[in-house]
Design a protein around this ligand. Structure first.
Ligand SMILES: [Cu+2]
Length: 226
């Protein structure tokens, strides 16, 4: 091996060692903090649509804030529900979203958030039926919204009624829930935040503190890569 090659090898090994130390120290300092990024870049052949499945719960039931509302992601590799709300997605690719909504709802403070905007076809489905807006002053109201502000995308997630609300995550399918689907296309590479805009964090100033502004609860990042 040339001198340059040996130097590159040593430098490479050194960088790997530094990386391992940083990783070990950061995971020691932040025990039990949920989150990482769920990788969807290798779940389907290039150019094929990505399937992304979420659920929303009224209280996560564990971790640092067991009483907080939360989203969970169904890990496409293990099939397990994880409290991770950041996703690595391929650019310019259709994403088919399915969201199981297990939380109760209420009238929206801003009725504009009852519209479906920015999805393919400008609509979503609620338990199999297409809709373009939901009047939250009727029925069981809206529990959460799924919004990607940079893409002008928002979908209201209709609340469930009754007393038998799922107590902690992940929820069994036997608990009452609404199933909503919609699709959108990822843009070019970049980081795009998403969040819930109901707002659904009563007890915080303007309803936007707590879970609403915390990663892995009511918001996350779309890490779109080429
Ligand atoms: Cu919410």
């Amino acid at each position: 091996m040339s001198k340059g090659g040996r130097l590159a090898t040593v430098l490479g090994l050194f960088l790997v060692a530094v990386g391992l130390v940083v990783w070990a120290v950061s995971s020691y300092l932040a025990p039990g903090v949920p989150g990482g990024t769920v990788d969807y870049t290798n779940t389907q052949p290039a150019g094929q649509p990505v399937n992304l499945t979420l659920e929303t719960v009224g209280s996560i039931g564990y971790g640092a804030h067991p009483s907080w509302v939360s989203y969970l992601t169904k890990d496409p590799h293990t099939g397990k529900w994880v409290q991770e709300t950041s996703w690595k997605l391929p650019a310019n690719t259709v994403v088919h979203m399915t969201i199981y909504q297990y939380d109760s709802g209420s009238p929206l403070r801003n009725q504009e958030f009852g519209q479906v905007l920015g999805t393919i076809g400008g609509s979503a489905t609620l338990n199999g039926k297409s809709f373009t807006a939901y009047n939250s002053n009727t029925g069981t109201g809206v529990g959460h919204t799924f919004a990607i502000p940079k893409l002008n995308l928002i979908v209201p997630l209709v609340g469930v009624g009754g007393a038998n609300i799922c107590g902690s995550a992940p929820c069994l399918k036997t608990f009452p829930h609404n199933t909503e689907t919609f699709s959108f296309k990822t843009p070019g590479p970049g980081a795009y935040s998403w969040q819930c805009f109901v707002p659904c964090a009563l007890g915080y100033l303007f309803g936007n503190g707590g879970a609403m502004s915390t990663q892995n609860y009511m918001g996350g990042i779309l890490e779109v890569v080429q």
